[in-house]
Design a protein around this ligand. Structure first.
Ligand code: 3H9
Length: 703
């Protein structure tokens, strides 16, 4: 059994210390220990009150997520909670650190709660596709009312101790260096004052005040529909809180909670979201970069280029409190770039995301220069210049001249050869790719690209830097397009082919949007600008017949000066100032003409095929990426797609989505497409092998 609870008696107090490192989840051994400890304390006449706290940095991080879906061992959590609630001795939860999910619910079941100022409390279950299933949806409304309870549970975000006190979730904040000593003193005083049982289940005033106020739930439903489109758990949560208030009877509400919790537990979204929780932690583990590898301190940074990417990367460092010097070619470029950074921070202040003071602090961390020498003392330098290998190599030659020994030398390339850049330096071990995604100050993904000679220390430092910058860092091998952009090629190609074969751009975008992506491929084209590819093809001197057929429609639109959102016309028409495009029959005509010119007979393509061809193109390339060892595990690819490309979280990422479908089904579909549409659809050998062996992509990680 995993985890334990240490039991001791100190005078009139029984002390239960939960011990399940590092964050004390409620694993089987903890539940057993709680059950045994509570039973012993209730049977001991000398004990007048019971105190619970956690060993180390957490109180209790919640249910043990790894146990979901498996066989349950030992007593259930509800058996422990019954002992706490119906035992005759008061229980005091001493919340020394993180109290999340089932952890906070244990505390809510206690009679009294005291908290350390820095301890965060939260009910993050919704983020895992679950709801608080240990009485949280019933007890919290009794403490804070339905509206606040719904806000708290539906956001899943934590709050610090003092805020929990103001809300009425805890009784007292205990300051001082020794929280446990303070909490025990509080408990002794409670015994001395004759404080007895004070069950949250018996509180009635808040729920009685809210009874009949349906507006609370209407507002919560509207909010959930806007912020958590397509999610299953929010409605389940709202029903539980509604039951807490409207049923009035605690046990009737608990019954609804139990039923809805079971529904969430069985739902595929829950499985996908828990897959992502563990995957986010898994991607930090790199087999040949063991724990304990030296991680260099990053206390200053340099960025070359203050355009869209460079400016965003500069903000990332400043946001993390790291002084950063940004270099540009001339003062005008600096002024333009710094102006945008200033506007971004002002916008954040206006939206209430940060205080004006914080914005000024961040601006003050940014300095500018025209001279490479000024980057000489930086612990890390990142180039974010035009995506061209020769241009980037020139920047690396400058880095070679000025950077101090041991500085991390990075490129923000989105797919070029990192080794080629390293080759112009004498220190390839310090060179790495740090591929930020646009807008760099917003997007969570950081693709870290290892070159052939990149050292373990450089990798470990870069992964740690990702965390400092608030990113999720995923390691990729150095091959064209790395993980993300390499996979994207097939996806966009399929979208392009389908509109020539019979779909419309609007159908494709609608299907992809319905799947949960923030936008479809043609909306994305309009956002990025159709002219970028068109100009590049012109520059390369391609003859009309050499232009890939999937680019023909976009090029025709560009000839009509329809460059996308920037000209209010592209695949869609945009009203001035609006980003929501309207379909345009003219575009459909151009698409149809292009099909005719290419001799393609258009036939209707159903929505299922549209989705399969886009997503299975990703999956098939993902399998090749795994086979080529560009990605370490399938879950690394999932994390890249979720955090860098807006792949819907509730699917668990493309590779998990394929595993859920069954790789035999995936293979059959891909083979069908190959028969119909040709060799693009040759199945990846790894996919064929796994499908034939009845295995999944996830099984590769287990060896
Ligand atoms: C729930 O409670 C349901 C109830 O309502 C109903 C019950 C009937 N379980 O994140 P870290 C592992 S649902 C198992 O790197 P940090 C984690 O995988 C639960 N394992 O540290 C990692 O393992 P490894 C509601 C867990 O300091 C290690 O601990 N609770 C759990 O950056 C360290 O984690 C939540 O959703 C868990 N519950 O952050 C809380 N939690 O080292 C989820 C962590 O092998 N947890 N692990 O990779 C968190 O948000 C963060 O882990 C926490 C610590 C903030 C606690």
């Amino acid at each position: 059994m995993k985890g334990t609870v240490h039991y001791s008696v100190d005078g009139e107090l029984a002390i239960l210390r939960i011990d399940n490192p590092p964050v004390n989840p409620l694993s089987s051994g903890v539940r057993q220990g709680l059950f045994d400890g509570l039973t012993a304390a209730l049977a001991d006449d000398a004990v007048k009150a019971i105190v619970l706290y956690g060993e180390g940095r957490a109180f209790i991080a919640g249910a043990d997520i790894s146990e979901f879906g498996g066989e349950s061992k030992g007593p259930g959590l509800h058996e422990c909670l019954n002992l706490m609630e119906f035992g005759e001795k008061p229980v005091i939860a001493a919340i020394n650190g993180t109290a999340f999910g089932g952890g906070l619910e244990v505390a809510l079941c206690a009679d009294y709660r005291v908290i350390a100022p820095k301890a965060p409390v939260g009910l993050p279950e919704v983020k895992l596709g679950l709801l608080p299933g240990a009485g949280g949806t019933q007890r919290l409304p009794r403490l804070v009312g339905a509206e606040k309870a719904l806000g708290f549970i539906l956001s899943g975000d934590p709050i610090p101790g003092p805020v929990a006190k103001d809300l009425g979730i805890v009784d007292d904040v205990i300051d001082g260096d020794d929280f446990i000593a303070g909490a025990l003193a509080w408990a002794r005083a409670a015994v001395a004052d004759g404080k007895g049982k004070k069950r949250v289940r018996d509180l009635t005033d808040k729920v009685a005040a809210d009874r009949g106020n349906v507006e609370i739930y209407d507002a919560a439903r509207k909010n959930a529909a806007r912020k958590m489109r397509g999610r299953f758990a929010p409605e389940m949560i709202i029903q539980c809180v509604e039951a807490a208030v409207e049923a009035g009877d605690f046990d009737a509400g608990m019954k609804v909670e139990q039923e809805n919790f079971a529904k969430c537990l069985k739902h595929p979204q829950r499985e996908a979201l828990i897959h992502l929780f563990f995957s986010e932690r898994e991607v930090a583990k790199i087999p040949d970069v063991p724990k304990g590898t030296e991680v260099k301190k990053i206390e200053s940074a340099g960025v070359v280029g203050c355009g869209t990417m460079g400016g965003g990367i500069t903000m990332c460092f400043a946001n993390a409190g790291i002084p950063v010097t940004v270099l540009e070619m001339n003062q005008e470029a600096i002024d333009r770039g710094m102006g945008i950074i200033r506007r971004n921070y002002d916008g954040m202040v206006q939206r209430g995301r940060i205080s004006a003071e914080a914005a000024e602090k961040r601006m003050a961390l940014i300095s500018t220069t025209l001279a490479y020498e000024d980057l000489g003392q930086a612990d890390v330098v990142v180039e974010a210049v035009y995506e061209n290998l020769d241009v980037k190599k020139k920047v690396f030659e400058e880095f070679e001249k000025v950077c101090k020994p041991g500085a991390i030398i990075a490129s923000n390339t989105s797919g070029l050869d990192v080794d080629a850049m390293a080759s112009v330096t004498s220190r390839p071990e310090d060179v790495i790719g740090l591929h930020f995604f646009s807008p760099a100050n917003v997007m969570r993904l950081l693709e870290v690209v290892r070159g052939e000679k990149t050292s373990a220390t450089t990798i470990a430092t870069s992964m740690a830097l990702g965390k400092i910058l608030g990113k999720v860092a995923v390691l990729s091998g150095n091959a064209p397009g790395f993980i993300g952009n390499r996979m994207l090629g097939g996806y966009t190609r399929q979208a392009g082919e389908m509109i020539l074969q019979g779909a419309t751009p609007y159908q494709v975008d609608k299907v992809i949007g319905g799947f949960g992506m923030p936008m479809g491929p043609f909306q994305m084209n309009d956002l990025v600008g159709l002219d970028l590819g068109w100009r590049a093809r012109k520059l390369a001197g391609l003859k009309p017949e050499e232009v890939p057929i999937t680019a023909r429609v976009a090029d025709k639109l560009c000839e009509l000066e329809r460059f996308g959102q920037k000209t209010n016309r592209g695949f869609y028409i945009y009203q001035e100032g609006s980003r929501a495009g309207q379909p345009d029959p003219e575009v459909v005509k151009i698409v149809e003409e292009t099909s005719a010119e290419l001799g393609i007979t258009r036939t209707a393509i159903d929505d299922e095929e549209v989705l399969d061809r886009c997503i299975l193109a990703l999956v098939n390339e993902g399998a090749r990426i795994l086979e080529d060892k560009i990605a370490i595990r399938a879950c690394d690819i999932d994390i890249v797609y979720i955090n860098g490309y807006g792949f819907p979280e509730v699917t668990g990422g493309p590779m998990f989505w394929a595993d859920q479908m069954g790789l035999d089904v995936v293979l059959k579909k891909i083979e069908g497409f190959r028969e119909k549409y040709g060799d693009f659809w040759t199945p990846a050998p790894l996919l064929e092998r796994l499908a034939k062996d009845g295995k999944s992509f996830a099984s590769l990680a287990q060896g």
